[in-house]
Design a protein around this ligand. Structure first.
Ligand code: DAH
Length: 353
């Protein structure tokens, strides 16, 4: 075989080797073998001196041409390899993408806080019942938190709504109940109204397993013509059914709230035992859900005087209202026994829910 033939064959072999190299290591081996400092191209060109004079110039020219061509082919094979996923020509096969990660380096996906998830499910249920979801401010004044809810300054009921005041003159406060949103809605909108307002409330309570200074309530207000206690009970039955299951029973116990008359406390059959008695319901078969009642006409009057009209004429409009503590609902739902867990952000707790 003449030197020219050998050069051409070497060229073919080298090109095939570069394009067959599946990773950076194989490619580098091919480079060393063919165009490296002691590679076959170099060796062959070293024989030029001994080549017959008639082919020497041609062989020299072809040799150089092949050397350049192979160097270019090597560079483009290297670039193609890197583009395939190797980093800077590092072998792609060094990464086995099907290999499971060691536990400690696995990313844990975030999720919504249990409180947020509970609020979302309450909101979904009330939305399906035709209620609009609204919000009110957490920083309030006396009028929205007390006066217009028929809790005058000298009324003993004010004591039962212990409140954080923000200023020396007791004007600004952190709302102690979401009932403030009832006032805000009626002040700013005309009847009929059908709203629920979930949100945070604050009370200077002694903190223990069932009390906290910061918790959530969901307030409901329904104002229309001829609204009755039966509407209230029917609505709350549907709500509790959506939350704990259709078979859940409800009952009213007489109670007192300044802004409702009559007022009631809503109980439902224990979601843990279905009403047969267990530690969750303290063996009674019933658990407390929260307060409710028919909007007291005195509240409508207070709203009218704040509005300066008679939009909520108690002779024309009637309504019901309710307010439930959301942590309590979530605790029942998930069997949580300490309200403080919701605010600690302990991952061991959050991961369980
Ligand atoms: N705001 C009351 C509380 O915090 C709960 C409540 C009771 C709200 C009766 C209502 C209601 O709307 O009608 O204890």
């Amino acid at each position: 075989m003449s030197l020219l033939d050998e050069l051409n064959q070497l060229r073919t072999e080298a090109l095939a080797a570069f394009s067959a190299a599946g990773d950076a290591k194989a490619l580098e081996d091919a480079r060393i073998k063919f165009i490296g400092a002691n590679g076959r191209v170099k060796t062959l060109l070293g024989q030029l001196g001994k080549a017959p004079p008639d082919i020497k110039p041609q062989a020299g020219k072809l040799g150089n041409q092949i050397k350049n061509e192979l160097e270019a082919a090597f560079e483009s094979a290297k670039a193609a390899n890197a583009a395939k996923g190797g980093v800077g020509g590092v072998a792609t096969s060094a990464f086995d993408i099907s290999e499971p990660l060691p536990v400690e380096s696995r990313l844990s996906l975030g999720r919504r806080h249990p409180m947020t998830r509970t609020i979302d499910s309450l909101v979904d249920i009330f939305h399906a019942l035709g209620f609009e979801i609204v919000e009110g401010p957490e920083i309030e004044d006396q009028r929205h938190n007390f006066d217009d809810l028929n809790i005058p300054a000298d009324h003993p009921a004010r004591d039962s709504f212990d409140t954080f005041f923000l200023s020396g003159n007791n004007q600004a406060l952190l709302r102690s109940q979401t009932s403030t949103v009832q006032v805000r809605m009626m002040e700013s909108r005309l009847p009929p109204l059908r709203v629920v307002a979930p949100g945070r409330v604050y009370r200077p309570d002694q903190i223990d397993a069932t009390h906290h200074s910061t918790f959530h309530q969901i307030e409901g207000l329904y104002v229309d013509k001829n609204v009755s206690m039966a509407d209230l009970k029917g609505t709350l039955k549907l709500f509790v059914g959506g939350l704990f299951g259709e078979d859940t029973k409800v009952r009213f116990r007489p109670s007192f709230f300044p802004f409702t008359e009559p007022s009631a406390e809503l109980d439902c059959s224990c979601p843990a035992c279905g009403g047969t008695a267990c530690p969750v319901c303290k063996q009674t078969g019933w658990v407390e859900m929260g307060g409710c009642g028919m909007v007291d006409p005195a509240v409508f009057e207070a709203i009218n005087s704040a509005r300066g009209d008679n939009a909520y004429d108690p002779e024309v409009w009637s309504g019901f209202a309710f307010g439930f503590g959301i942590e309590r609902l979530a605790m029942r739902r998930h069997g949580i026994t300490d309200i403080r867990r919701f605010l600690e952000n302990d991952m061991r707790f959050l991961r369980q829910l």
